[in-house]
Ligand binder design. Structure first.
Ligand SMILES: *[C@@H]1O[C@H](CO)[C@@H](O)[C@H](O)[C@H]1NC(C)=O
Ligand SMILES: *[C@@H]1O[C@H](CO)[C@@H](O)[C@H](O)[C@H]1NC(C)=O
Ligand SMILES: *[C@@H]1O[C@H](CO)[C@@H](O)[C@H](O)[C@H]1NC(C)=O
Ligand SMILES: *[C@@H]1O[C@H](CO)[C@@H](O)[C@H](O)[C@H]1NC(C)=O
Ligand SMILES: *[C@@H]1O[C@H](CO)[C@@H](O)[C@H](O)[C@H]1NC(C)=O
Ligand SMILES: [Mn+2]
Length: 380
């Protein structure tokens, strides 16, 4: 009997020591006290990989130091993007992320960023906003207004990178860097690159240049390479572009140059999420509106293409159980109520990967066709 109690006590002691070391380990790794002030603290998220503290902070970064920045041109545009904006705003409200809507027609803003093309103006406006809010905002997630959070079981911090100030991503279906979303640490490097990009408006070639999406490729060329010859290695293709096919040939040329470098450039400050990695957003139509747990945000959620045929492609289907995603309701219910899905759109990570692989392979072949047309070697 005595030996039983002894073993019982020894066992308890071991359990206690394990818990105690775990506690010490945790307390050493917590960078600050988590303020329990979120109105949603304690709600059951139904996200196996998130604890309730994700509603306040993750990776040592407080959610309220992060802003989701959306630029809009007018009311009609905002209405067209209402599903996406409601999804993003509802997610942000629960997690305590800031949402900032920059109205590009605002007179004050237009005076600071007089760029005649709204696509360039939005990056100037974002850089200016970051500058003004340096004291309170450490990171910006810039998104197109038609990007929405489909799966709230991810945090924005998941996509941060310790060394990178500015992170862009590659589209899946072609060989372009996407201009519509980036993650920016609020540093001089980020703000300067965004301004440099915006000011490309004033020195665009007299060609079919593809606006900010064409220009980001030249900005990367100029940031990545040292000599004028290297920086301008593809420029003539941009300069003479008369069609989208021409523009794609220019972009194919830049992609070949980028691939001679790592995916992190400028001492790691500038990062490109290539197609083989998991980014924070992708186009909704790549998977016929289906999504899996690895997805966070989807792009292309405009009302004009919802549940209806579009001759230009990009159709998508409403993936929620309820007919609308009501922002007014969002503030008073758990996220799991808002994110009630139509299960016929929920598939596995492997199934999403197989859809995306189709687009990756197709883009690879198209890029080699484009390269051949400009006399460049195909890529493996
Ligand atoms: C949780 O994280 C693990 C490890 O990263 C991953 O394999 C799993 O798919 C995630 N689960 C969900 C529901 O996101
Ligand atoms: C216009 O922008 C300025 C700062 O850029 C801001 O202070 C002001 O509130 C905005 N006005 C409107 C109507 O949004
Ligand atoms: C771009 O094209 C213009 C003519 O349209 C030409 O004058 C200029 O030199 C070209 N610039 C470069 C860098 O090729
Ligand atoms: C977005 O939320 C607003 C405010 O609750 C609501 O009136 C509107 O119908 C919602 N839009 C969509 C598309 O869910
Ligand atoms: C779920 O989606 C399928 C496929 O689009 C559709 O046929 C079905 O009516 C939807 N269910 C609900 C409850 O909306
Ligand atoms: Mn868009």
């Amino acid at each position: 009997m005595a030996s039983f109690y002894f073993r019982y006590a020894a066992c308890l002691a071991v359990v206690f020591i394990i818990y105690w070391s775990y506690y010490l380990y945790l307390s050493k790794n917590v960078k600050f006290e988590v303020p329990l002030e979120s109105p949603f603290f304690g709600e059951v998220l139904n996200c196996p990989n998130l604890s309730n503290s994700a509603l306040i902070q993750s990776n040592g970064i407080l959610n309220n130091r992060i802003a989701i920045v959306i630029a809009i041109t007018d009311k009609e545009f905002a209405l067209n993007c209402a599903p996406a904006m409601n999804m993003t705003s509802c997610y942000a409200l629960h997690f305590g992320y800031n949402v900032v809507v920059l109205n590009l027609q605002n007179i004050t803003l237009a005076a600071e960023c007089p760029h005649g093309d709204k696509y360039f103006r939005r990056h100037c406006a974002t850089a200016k906003w970051m500058e003004k809010n340096q004291d309170t905002i450490d990171y910006v997630l810039f998104i197109d207004a038609d990007m929405g959070v489909v799966n709230p079981c991810h945090t924005i911090q998941e996509y941060f990178d310790d060394t990178a100030d500015l992170i862009f991503y590659d589209r899946f279906y072609d060989f372009e860097i996407a201009a519509g979303s980036y993650i920016a640490k609020n540093t001089e490097f980020s703000r300067n690159l965004l301004k440099y990009w915006a000011d490309y408006f004033y020195k665009l070639p007299n060609s079919l240049h593809g606006s900010d999406n064409g220009a980001i490729h030249q900005v990367f060329m100029e940031y990545l390479f040292e000599t004028p010859a290297e920086k301008m290695a593809c420029y003539h293709l941009w300069n003479i572009s008369k069609s989208y096919d021409d523009l794609f040939r220019y972009q194919a040329c830049t992609q070949v140059k980028y691939s001679t470098k790592n995916r992190k450039f400028c001492d790691g400050k500038l990062k490109l999420v290539r197609k083989d990695a998991i980014g924070w957003v992708r186009d909704v139509w790549l998977t016929q509106s289906k999504w899996s747990k690895r997805d966070f945000m989807l792009h292309g959620l405009k009302i004009e293409k919802m549940n209806r045929y579009s001759p230009h492609g990009g159709e998508w289907k409403w993936m929620f159980y309820r007919k609308t995603f009501d922002l007014d309701v969002c503030g008073s219910v758990p996220l799991s109520f808002m994110y009630k899905y139509n299960v016929s759109f929920v598939i596995t990570d492997a199934e999403v990967a197989s859809y995306l692989n189709y687009w990756i392979n197709r883009a690879h072949d198209l890029m080699n066709v484009a390269l051949k047309e400009v006399g460049m070697e195909p890529v493996a």
